[in-house]
Design a protein around this ligand. Structure first.
Ligand SMILES: [Mg+2]
Length: 166
């Protein structure tokens, strides 16, 4: 897989279902929060997100948050979930991704990262040496920097979809 391209692409986080993860031999997820699971303005996980985490836990699949957002955001979001969580992670640096994996006691081969940004999330996963699933941002920002990043991402995703077309 090319360096910046994800291994998997889902319309939403729910694409990483228990059957899919089991089939891929994945025993742990490292997760972005903002625009991957909920938009920025949702302080708490929705019922759907909580149900998804419950299904993961029941299947024995570990999960951890690695977010670039601040501690308050991450702690509030994680309050009802109680997962391993890292804030201010400075992705694309992979240090906190590796810390989360170490804390979960999982191997690279059995871990999947999921996030919404190529130059932050996909790159962090690549640098950590693990597989990565990309989702489109739930509610994308419209500022100039974000639009520029999306423009940079476009050819990468174009190639990804061309390659994955049956
Ligand atoms: Mg995000």
């Amino acid at each position: 897989m090319p360096f910046f391209a994800p291994d998997f692409y889902f319309e939403t986080y729910a694409g990483a279902s228990v059957p899919f993860l089991k089939e891929q031999g994945i025993r742990a997820l490292v997760l972005d929060i903002d625009n991957t699971l909920e938009p920025y303005e949702n302080a708490e996980p929705s019922e759907g997100v909580r149900a998804w985490f419950a299904a993961l836990a029941e299947a024995g699949i570990s999960a951890a948050f690695v977010s670039n957002n601040d501690k308050q955001r991450v702690d509030t979001f994680n309050a009802t979930l109680g997962l391993i969580a890292y804030s201010k992670a400075k992705k694309p640096f992979a240090k906190k991704v590796k810390s989360a994996m170490k804390e979960m006691g999982v191997t690279k081969e059995s871990t999947l990262f999921m996030g919404d940004q190529i130059f932050t999330d996909v790159l962090a996963a690549r640098l950590a040496g693990i597989r990565v699933a990309l989702v489109p941002p739930i509610k994308d920002k419209t500022d100039a920097l974000t639009r520029f990043k999306r423009w940079l991402e476009r050819p990468i995703m174009k190639r990804f979809f061309r390659r994955n077309k049956k």
